[in-house]
Each structure stands twice: as C-alpha cells, then as structure tokens.
Design a protein around this ligand. Structure first.
Ligand SMILES: [Zn+2]
Length: 150
C-alpha cells in the first residue's frame, strides 16, 4: 500500500507581459485620462480594450476613436471571497463589485472594479463613471474603479 505524501512549496514567479501596439497606445492614453477604442474601417465596431484585429472582419485595425469615461453597466457581480488582484499582485479583500461597462462610444465592454459592493444598489443599465488615480502610470489600474452616477 502506497502512502500519500503532501509537499507544500511556495513559489514566486516573475511575469512580464508584452502588451502589443494596440494596448500600448491605450495605456499611454490612460496616463492622460484619455480612453481610446480602436475601430474597424469595414464594420465600424469600436473595440475596448483595443485589439489589433477585428474579430468579425479579420482585418488589422489602426483607426482610433475617443470614448468617454462614462458608460452603462451591462453586467455586474459582487465577489464574496478575497482574490488575488492580477493588476497589483495583492489580495483584494471582499466584498467588492466587478462590472462589464459599455463606455459611451465603444461597442465592446470593459471589465473593471466597481466602487459599490452592495448588490441592492447595483442594477444593469445604471450609468457609471471612471474614478481616476491622481498619479497614473499607463495601466488599467489608473482607473481605481467605476462609480454609479445614476
Ligand atoms: Zn470589422
């Protein structure tokens, strides 16, 4: 009869991400509190976050469209367990809200944190606005979260 052995190992894994040209421009804009989507010249779809190719037309995109830092909450959830925040590497304490946000001028949603974590105060269709960090570094967490404005 074999014996089960459990070995606990703590690992540290450095991870670097090459964002590519589309995300590079998007990230640079965040430093200036500017959000830009990339648009397809054939179908007109404005992608946010930007991506290099249109998924419908399969062509490379290079036309940029400014979008507002306000939009509509199209889906949301409230996380009840602490989770590792991939943007900071720190644990994010629960509860906290997450939303899919359709910013004005974009055709795809942005996934981001919500200021509100009370499910009774969240609803699909609410208007939300980005709350920016005072010091921005060109990363998605330059936006702290989105707050409900009405
Ligand atoms: Zn297209």
């Amino acid at each position: 009869m074999s014996e089960t052995v459990t070995v606990t190992i703590e690992m540290e894994q450095a991870w670097r991400y090459a964002s590519g040209t589309a995300m590079e421009r998007f990230s640079e804009g965040l430093k200036e509190r500017r959000i830009e989507a990339v648009s397809c010249r054939l179908c007109g779809r404005a992608y946010l976050p930007p991506r290099p190719y249109c998924g419908k037309c399969n062509i490379r995109m290079s036309s940029w469209t400014p979008v507002k830092d306000e939009g509509e909450l199209v889906a949301w959830t409230v996380m009840q367990l602490p989770m590792l925040d991939g943007r900071t590497g720190e644990m994010r304490e629960a509860p906290y809200g997450m939303g899919l946000i359709l910013l004005d001028g974009a055709d795809t949603t942005l996934n981001h944190y919500l200021a509100e974590s009370d499910p009774a105060k969240l609803a699909i269709g609410q208007r939300v606005r980005a709350v920016w960090c005072n010091e921005r570094r060109g990363a998605m967490d330059d936006i702290l979260h989105f707050e409900v404005i009405r």
